[in-house]
Every structure is written in structure tokens, then in C-alpha cells.
Design a protein. Structure first.
Length: 234
């Protein structure tokens, strides 16, 4: 339904994150509040140290806040025990990392299958879905190759395929084009934008890349741990 595209998916309220591992505590986020709706294609931008990756990790439940709350699909992530949080991430969130994070001993097909294996999906269904999504991202012929035998762009396509194969509501992408040439980066952004439009998957990027900012329909700019600009493009 059309209205579902505009339902609140991510609700961040007065979020604070202070890192205390060093002698001098570092405040990465200061009382940040933001809402992201289902179907958005948004980018967190700002200089290094602005808090954008921290915010991305907190939205995905990869880190815990010092204060405030993160609601994802109406679930308070801070209220979940680690076992249930891990399961929730597995079922509802896809991740795309700058360093790809593929399992080196597995083939492209097996890497894409791995998430579905953890989800308890049967082998025959896993293989069919994994091959289909590899075809969709343009590397169906590379399904039996391991990461070391693929280019950076091909590895990132596998990472994107793994992130979207189970059609999660949300995909979080941390600097997904950082290690790619401009042509490959643009191809992958086109791919993700098509997935956003066709499957209504919400994408949130953390990025320095002007090209990602051009593709994003919403720019959320952070500086010194606070949001200084939030703009939806016309």
C-alpha cells in the first residue's frame, strides 16, 4: 500500500553516545533525534568524527547508546537482550560495509546463502534465492568464485546481494563506495536505488562520497555529534 512507504521505520530520540575506553571520554553523539520512514533513501554525512558511523551502528543495534533510545519497526532496541537483539538484526536489517566483510573460504553463492542459513531457510530455497539475487546484481556468472578471486566491485555486489537477499525492511551501508572506482560506485548506487524503488527497502548510508549524496533523496548532516541539517530533496 502506498501509505506503508511513509510509516516511521526508525525513531531515534535524544540519543547520546559517550566512549569511555580512553583516559578522556569522547562524546560521539549529543541528544540526537531523527525519524526515518519506510522507503527512504537517506545519507548521513559530515566530517570524520562527526558521529555518522556511530549513529548508523546504533540504528542497526551494533552498539548500545549511553542515553536515549532507538526504535526500529516499533521495537526498542535498548530493551532487547543480546540474544534477541542479534535475532532481530538477522531478520530485519541488512548491512553493507566498506570492507565488504565476506567470508573468505566461502563462494559468492555461499556468502549470500549464509544469512538465510542463520535464518533457518532450507537449502534448496537458499540456493535458488542466492543465485537469483546474484543475477539481479549482475554477477550470476561468478557464483562459484571466492572473494580473493573477485574484484572490489564484484565483492561489494556480493555484499549488497547478501544484505538484500531476504528483503529486510532496512539496509545500513557504511561508506559502501569508498574502495570503488567511480564507474563501479555509480553502478552499485543505481542497483541499490532500484532495490529501494522496486522492493521498498529503506537505505541509510554513512558517507563522505559526493556521488552518494547526489543519489540520496535525504541528507542528514552531522557535526560534532549533533544534526546541523536535515534536508529532503524535491
Amino acid at each position: 500500500m502506498k501509505g506503508e512507504r511513509y510509516m516511521a521505520l526508525v525513531e531515534v530520540a535524544e540519543l547520546t553516545k559517550i566512549y569511555t575506553e580512553t583516559h578522556v571520554p569522547t562524546t560521539a553523539l549529543k541528544n540526537v533525534s531523527v525519524t526515518v520512514h519506510q522507503g527512504e533513501f537517506a545519507a548521513l554525512v559530515g566530517p570524520s568524527g562527526s558521529g555518522k558511523t556511530t549513529l548508523l551502528n546504533l540504528i542497526g543495534g551494533l552498539d548500545t547508546p549511553t542515553g536515549g533510545s532507538v526504535f526500529l519497526d516499533n521495537i526498542n532496541l535498548s530493551g532487547l537482550k543480546e540474544k534477541f537483539l542479534a535475532r532481530f538484526r538477522l531478520m530485519h536489517v541488512g548491512f553493507v560495509f566498506q570492507s565488504y566483510n565476506l567470508i573468505p573460504v566461502l563462494t559468492a553463492l555461499e556468502n549470500v546463502e549464509y544469512v538465510m542459513l542463520l535464518q533457518g531457510i532450507s537449502g534448496s530455497v537458499r540456493r535458488q534465492r542466492a543465485q537469483q539475487i546474484l543475477e539481479e546484481v549482475g554477477i550470476g556468472d561468478f557464483s562459484d568464485r571466492r572473494p580473493a578471486d573477485m574484484s572490489g566491485g564484484q565483492q561489494q555486489r556480493v555484499a549488497i546481494a547478501r544484505a538484500i537477499v531476504s528483503e529486510p525492511k532496512l539496509v545500513l551501508a557504511d561508506e559502501p563506495t569508498a574502495n570503488l572506482d567511480s564507474v563501479t560506485g555509480r553502478q552499485l548506487l543505481e542497483l541499490m536505488r532500484n532495490m529501494n524503488r522496486k522492493k521498498n527497502i529503506t537505505f541509510i548510508f554513512s558517507t563522505h562520497d559526493p556521488m552518494v549524496m547526489d543519489y540520496a533523496r535525504r541528507i542528514i548532516m552531522l557535526k560534532d555529534g549533533i544534526i546541523v541539517k536535515d534536508e529532503v530533496k524535491s
